[in-house]
Design a binder for this molecule. Structure first.
Ligand SMILES: [Cu+2]
Length: 172
């Protein structure tokens, strides 16, 4: 992180601390979202340990649109459904696609794969890794390794969710 950016994020964090009127003390050492938007080139815990955690909620949202990991090293990814709605109505999974996969076409096929929790068997070759389909309060951890550096799209394949629930996994 260069000095200018660090100072800028400190200024913004300071401003936010004042703006929040002491309702919640900003925790030192906890990565602030502000930091990530000001400088998206550093996410130390993720790139050092290859441990990724992402949440899905009852508002049909992931809490992150970008994940980062290192190539050639096992990645441990946990998806947590932090909502309360059962999976039949608000199911979430996280499916990582091979580069070059047509995401819209994949999602369209997934909608018809209810019996396999919206993982289309015919498209297995396009899938790098995927979690189980989760309902509120559930979580799933998967481990996989990506050897090739690149940008991989991920999405939730529950019907209709791809419009809101998608992002990219950057492998460096
Ligand atoms: Cu979902």
């Amino acid at each position: 992180m260069n000095k200018k950016v660090r100072i800028l994020s400190l200024v913004i964090m300071g401003f936010l601390a004042v703006a929040s009127c002491g309702k919640k003390d900003p925790k030192v050492g906890e990565p602030a979202e502000v930091n990530q938007t000001v400088n998206d080139s550093e996410t130390p815990s993720e790139t050092v340990d290859n441990v990724l955690v992402i949440e899905g909620n009852d508002q049909m949202q992931f809490n992150k649109t970008e994940l980062k990991a290192l190539a050639g090293k096992p990645i441990k990814l946990t998806l947590k459904h932090v909502g309360k709605i059962p999976k039949e109505a608000m199911g979430h999974n996280l499916v990582i696609l091979q580069e070059g996969t047509d995401e819209a076409a994949f999602a369209a096929k997934a909608i018809n794969a209810k019996d396999t929790d919206y993982i289309p068997a015919s498209e297995k070759a396009s899938i790098v890794a995927h979690t189980k389909l989760l309902g509120g309060g559930e979580e799933d951890t998967i481990e996989f390794t990506i050897d090739k550096k690149g940008t991989y799209n991920f999405l939730c394949t529950f019907p209709g969710h791809v419009a809101m629930m998608k992002g990219t996994l950057i492998v460096e």
